[in-house]
Design a protein around this ligand. Structure first.
Ligand SMILES: Cc1cc2nc3c(=O)[nH]c(=O)nc-3n(C[C@H](O)[C@H](O)[C@H](O)COP(=O)(O)OP(=O)(O)OC[C@H]3O[C@@H](n4cnc5c(N)ncnc54)[C@H](O)[C@@H]3O)c2cc1C
Length: 749
């Protein structure tokens, strides 16, 4: 390997270059080249080309070499070479693929290259460096020796051999990217990337992730993934359960596609290595989940997300054309002429802001539960992709619907999976009473019954908890009120086989072994039903932009998601978005490099001024804490107008305060303070979209419960809400719900 990364983040390159060297370079990399460069412009290329066509030897061996498109001016006395600025690379486009085929590895010039040349970089592993235009005299300082090696009669256009030291350049086109960029390396992102790679072998696909893909939040999913696998089940039943669970706000055409494609996806995942748990007869096991009429949740013990993500990650490694940008943080979509042309992102390893061009972009950045103080979501779930799309003019759909999961551990919010109730766990109040029977979910039975008692849907179970609390029938602990999740009657064998992770978490985080004691639990923010508004293929209203997974709202979850539908959603709609975006990328021409470079430069300036050099007096920790508290108060399980209005006002004030933040870490390498500030800026956008959408919806539906409007109101609100970004805050519009075969009815379990 003749490439190393220096402490300043610049890559030091020594020529000649190997395929592996070229593969390690990525668009946006800053480099210093040492070794040999050959010069050649139009006239010299015009002479080389007929030789190539006739299969004759060239005057230079191009294998592993870099050709610099320049014609140096004569050297002044005492100088090695005169001004040596780059000429336009596009003029050499018709010759370059043939030279790359012969083993040329690098070209250097200024301006954009044609699609054919970019394809050739990928096919033959080549790279295009941009040299600094207008600074020819400066560049000559890096040249240590010059000799003419061919076509002396061409004067300045003769082929020269330059020996250079630390010659500065930027990678403009690498051998990977340019077609499709996926932001997010979780379940949705990896499924989308694989689908795109399968769609065409001509596509180059980049996956950019702020954490290493296997640390994406999908890894923490526990209970399972829903798909129709058994004779006692049907697509219609799965569709009806989902629509009923959504309180009739799901788009029914989308749900029908979802349930139809789900079984193929989970079988495919098994073929990719996902070890689904089995029944004794060898068939894939299915367990009960809340709100489902039959057992239809496939699982891999209670570590389903870990195994699914592993299978997807391993499969993605099979494709050379999927290149990863691990630990890069996307800060903005680059949009020109109503079309997305790439993203600006910070490479966390060196703090450099780079632009990554793409003909289509898929946002798979997951949810934003961290806008609330108490959540099952890890610190990385800050709604970044939602905010990026929102700022680019795309609507966020149904943001008011935030799911509370009824069983999180007090203090940490760590999830006790719904599978523990699916396997037969009981919820009991401080009197040891299975209180759900008092809320229309009874009668209580020893064995779990679908859609009854503990297998009711999450929104209803969370409200029941709050009502028990209001009646003084919950326990009180250092982290507030809680009830008991009792698994003791399942016995150690079942717990260890089917819920080993629950036992491990309960022991480690609350010091309770569920084999012998009940686990303290309380409702906790878990999932966002809303997200980037997409159509059934994952396409958004912005040309070239797609979204999938929890970041998106394709609209299968409506007002309340059924547990185990979202892992399936990321498979079905990750794959759909991947295919659709791949087709779009194949059809679209690339955006011109110049406007993209300007957009990226603007973003670089914004980040520099507002974040890397932020010197105000406001602390991001204070702003974050105030935001989370306001969200819990105004947009929690129960909502009403006065508290929501107060929350909206608090969020407005927080935005003003955010403009005055101060950050003390000035380091470029892994500056987590800057990233936390960028995440907070995203969370403020997402929080506003949630609070304002909630204020406008004057009814109670699914997870959105208003004490001032306690009934569902189909006449006024059987519609999606769309939040648009404006300087004055979110503007809320609406969109009809697609009803196909299931007319709205009262939602009773
Ligand atoms: C504890 C827990 C348990 C769950 N259990 C289940 C279950 O059993 N069944 C079920 O169906 N659902 C479950 N869910 C929900 C489900 O796991 C998630 O909805 C789903 O995994 C989200 O996947 P995703 O690919 O959309 O996002 P994630 O897996 O969260 O991935 C997001 C990706 O985006 C990247 N990213 C984010 N922002 C940026 C940025 N600015 N720049 C670059 N990259 C960025 C991240 O690095 C990451 O790679 C659970 C959720 C939780 C929290």
């Amino acid at each position: 390997m003749s490439i190393t990364t220096a402490a300043d983040g610049i890559k030091d390159i020594t020529t000649p270059l190997s395929d592996a060297d070229v593969e390690s370079l990525k668009t946006g990399d800053r480099v210093r080249i040492t070794g040999v460069l050959y010069t050649a412009r139009d006239a010299a290329h015009g002479r080389l080309f007929p030789l190539i066509e006739r299969g004759e030897a060239l005057p230079i061996d191009v294998r592993g070499q870099v050709i610099y498109y320049t014609g140096p001016s004569p050297a002044r006395p005492g100088d090695i070479v005169g001004s040596i600025g780059p000429t336009t690379g596009g003029r050499m486009d018709k010759f370059t693929p043939a030279l790359l085929k012969l083993g040329l590895k690098g070209t250097m010039g200024k301006g954009a290259r044609s699609q054919a040349v970019k394809d050739a970089f990928r096919q033959y592993k080549g790279v295009y460096f941009g040299a600094i235009g207008g600074a020819g005299a400066v560049l000559s300082r890096f040249v240590k020796k010059v000799a003419i090696v061919a076509y002396e009669d061409l004067g300045t256009e003769a082929i020269r051999r330059l020996e250079v030291e630390d010659f500065p350049a930027i990678v403009v086109n690498d051998c990977h990217g340019g077609d499709l960029l996926v932001i997010g390396g979780g379940g949705a992102g990896l499924r989308a990337a694989i689908a795109a790679a399968e769609e065409s072998s001509r596509l180059s696909i980049a996956v950019l992730s702020k954490v290493y893909p296997m640390r994406s939040h999908t890894v923490s999913a526990e209970g399972g993934t829903a798909a129709v696998m058994r004779e006692n089940d049907s697509l219609d039943t799965h569709a009806k359960d989902t629509i009923f669970g959504s309180d009739f706000l799901a788009d029914q055409d989308v749900v029908e596609v979802f349930v139809k494609e789900a079984p193929g996806e989970v079988i495919q995942l098994e073929h990719w290595g996902c070890p689904w748990s089995r029944d004794p007869d060898g068939r894939v096991g299915v367990r009960a989940f809340g709100g489902m009429t039959v057992n239809r949740t496939l699982y891999a013990a209670d570590k389903t997300g870990f195994h699914m993500l592993h299978a997807l990650f391993q499969t993605s490694l099979k494709y050379d054309r999927i290149v990863r940008y691990d630990e890069w943080y996307a800060t903005a979509l680059l949009v020109e002429d109503g079309r997305v042309g790439g993203v600006a992102a910070i490479n966390l390893h060196d703090g450099q802001v780079r632009s990554i061009a793409a003909k289509a972009v898929i946002i798979c950045t997951g949810g934003g539960g961290r806008i609330f103080p108490f959540t099952t979501n890890a610190a990385i779930k800050t709604g970044d992709g939602m905010a990026l799309a929102y700022r680019a003019g795309v609507a966020l759909k149904d943001m008011e619907f935030v799911q509370y999961h009824p069983t999180g551990l007090p203090g940490t919010g760590i999830l006790m999976t719904e599978a523990s109730r699916g396997e037969g766990g009981h919820l009991k109040n401080k009197d040891g009473y299975r209180y759900l029977q008092d809320y229309g979910l009874g009668p209580p039975t020893d064995e779990p019954v679908h859609r009854k008692m503990e297998l009711g849907p999450r929104d209803i179970l969370s409200r029941c908890h709050m009502q028990e609390y209001a009646k003084g029938r919950t326990f009180e602990g250092p982290y507030g009120h809680y009830v008991h999740l009792d698994l003791r009657h399942l016995g150690e064998k079942v717990i260890d086989k089917k819920l080993p992770f629950v036992r491990e978490l309960a022991r480690n985080y609350v010091g309770v072994d569920p084999v012998y004691e009940p686990i303290p639990v309380r409702p906790v923010v878990h999932y966002m039903m809303g997200g980037i508004s997409t159509d059934i293929t994952g396409k958004t209203s912005l040309n070239g932009l797609y979204a999938a997974g929890e970041a998106a709202c394709v609209s299968i979850n409506g007002a309340n998601r059924l547990g185990s539908n979202s892992l399936t959603e990321l498979l079905v709609f990750g794959a759909r978005a991947g295919r659709a975006a791949a087709r779009a990328a194949l059809e679209q021409p690339a955006l011109k490099a110049n406007p993209l470079a300007l957009l990226a430069a603007d973003e670089r300036k914004r980040l520099e001024q507002r974040f890397f050099r932020a010197d105000g007096r406001e602390r991001i920790a204070d702003i974050r804490e105030t935001m989370q508290k306001a969200m819990e108060e105004g947009a929690g399980i129960y909502r009403d107008r006065p508290t929501m209005e107060k929350t909206c006002q608090t969020l407005r004030t927080l935005r003003e305060r955010f403009a005055r933040i101060g950050l003390s870490d000035r380091d470029a390498v892994f500056n987590t303070e800057v990233i936390a500030a960028l995440e907070l800026e995203c969370m403020l956008d997402v929080a506003q979209a949630v609070a304002h959408s909630a204020l406008v919806r004057e009814e109670s539906r699914g997870a959105h419960t208003r004490t001032d409007f306690p009934k569902r109101d189909d006449a006024r609100f059987l519609k999606h809400s769309l939040a648009y970004c404006t300087p004055a805050g979110p503007r809320i519009e609406s969109l009809p719900v697609a009803i196909t075969r299931w007319p709205p009815e009262e939602r009773k379990y």
